[in-house]
Design a protein around this ligand. Structure first.
Ligand SMILES: NC(=O)c1ccc[n+]([C@@H]2O[C@H](COP(=O)([O-])OP(=O)(O)OC[C@H]3O[C@@H](n4cnc5c(N)ncnc54)[C@H](O)[C@@H]3O)[C@@H](O)[C@H]2O)c1
Length: 315
């Protein structure tokens, strides 16, 4: 089976490709533009050992995408390429529209033309906004409060439209704060590990009681790969841990693992940040057999261990 992974050099893309290759029943075609939202050197490292056919390409470039689909018989797509990050989207909204909406539409058009059998799309818990009802369920009305979240919701709707028009099976997975080895340097678990280890101050927006449903990378990868194989038409599915953790608790766990005392500076909450995320994962359990296995204590231990071995001293 030929599987296209967009955003393959990123955190989730490279972790998914590695696991799929271990299973051994597919050829992977990868697309990434190695943008500099964070250090592209880390992206190169993420895929260095992977046996994949790599295209350094931007998903906004429909002509290049056409060439890739023409050259490879792509059967299934895992679409992870995206402008990421809530805060950056508030100051740079236009590029989020171009990549997350237009780029997704380009892929949907080609999936239609080349009769692809499945698309797994990476959506986000951020689209729930400050949902008052917890845990967040796929049936809840959503109210995105950042351009990033709004573009993810728009892409979900486009996926639904293409499913209705052309019967392409599409699963939109709403990931909840993913962390672990090869994690994103802009996200709290990695960023705080780096700063605490280097005795630097960490900035906390708000009083540190904001909660996130931190979800370990191997659990997310399980959900993605499982979604490739089930046939359920169009479906939105939460992938979370179902166990929200306060930011203060996350920081103290990192400190303990590194044997350091975190130096925290509390700042005003930032616009666009939500107060908490909390996934209802009943759909994932029923449809994907999903059961998050790595809990926060173990996950942070694994992250710190990986960081010390692979990233301490780099920037
Ligand atoms: N990490 C999380 O907690 C989280 C949570 C919710 C949703 N997601 C979604 O999961 C997906 C993967 O996220 P990640 O954490 O691995 O991020 P990442 O930044 O590590 O990976 C995204 C990759 O996409 C590539 N990319 C960006 N724009 C591109 C373009 N125009 N053309 C081609 N490639 C492009 C980047 O270079 C990067 O390698 C994203 O769609 C993200 O929005 C992630």
């Amino acid at each position: 089976m030929n599987v296209l992974i967009t955003g393959i050099a990123g955190f989730i893309g490279s972790s998914t490709a590695r696991e799929l290759l271990k299973k051994g029943n597919c050829n992977i075609i990868g697309i990434d533009n190695f943008n500099d939202y964070y250090n592209p050197k880390f992206k190169e490292e993420n895929i260095r050992d992977l046996k994949i056919k790599l295209y350094r390409c931007d998903i906004r470039d429909i002509n290049k995408l056409k060439q890739i689909f023409h050259e490879n018989k792509i059967e299934k797509i895992i679409h992870l390429a995206s402008m990421v990050g809530v805060r950056y989207s508030i100051t740079n909204p236009l590029i989020y529209e171009e990549v997350n909406i237009k780029g997704t539409l380009n892929l949907l058009e080609l999936a239609k033309e080349y009769k692809c059998k499945k698309i797994v799309f990476s959506s986000s818990s951020s689209i729930y906004g400050n949902n008052k009802k917890i845990p967040f369920s796929e049936e809840d009305n959503v109210s995105p409060i950042s351009p990033y979240a709004a573009t993810k919701r728009s892409a979900e709707i486009l996926c639904h439209t293409y499913h209705m028009l052309y019967q392409i099976p599409i699963i939109c997975l709403r990931f909840f704060t993913v962390y672990g080895p090869s994690g994103r340097p802009d996200m709290a678990p990695y960023k705080f590990t780096e700063k605490i280890l280097n005795n630097q101050e960490i900035e906390v927006y708000g009083d540190g009681t904001a909660k996130r449903d931190y979800t370990y990378i191997t659990d997310i990868v399980y959900g993605i790969i499982k979604s490739l194989d089930i046939d359920i038409g169009y479906k939105i599915i939460n992938l979370g841990d179902n166990n929200p953790v306060e930011l203060n608790k996350l920081i103290s766990l990192i400190g303990k693992n590194l044997n350091k005392k975190p130096k925290i500076i509390f700042k005003e909450p930032q616009i666009g940040d939500v107060e908490q995320t909390y996934a209802d994962i009943r759909a994932a359990k029923t449809l994907l057999g999903y059961e998050p296995k790595v809990k926060i204590k173990e996950g942070i231990e694994l992250l710190c261990h990986w960081y010390l071995k692979n990233r301490a001293g780099s920037n």
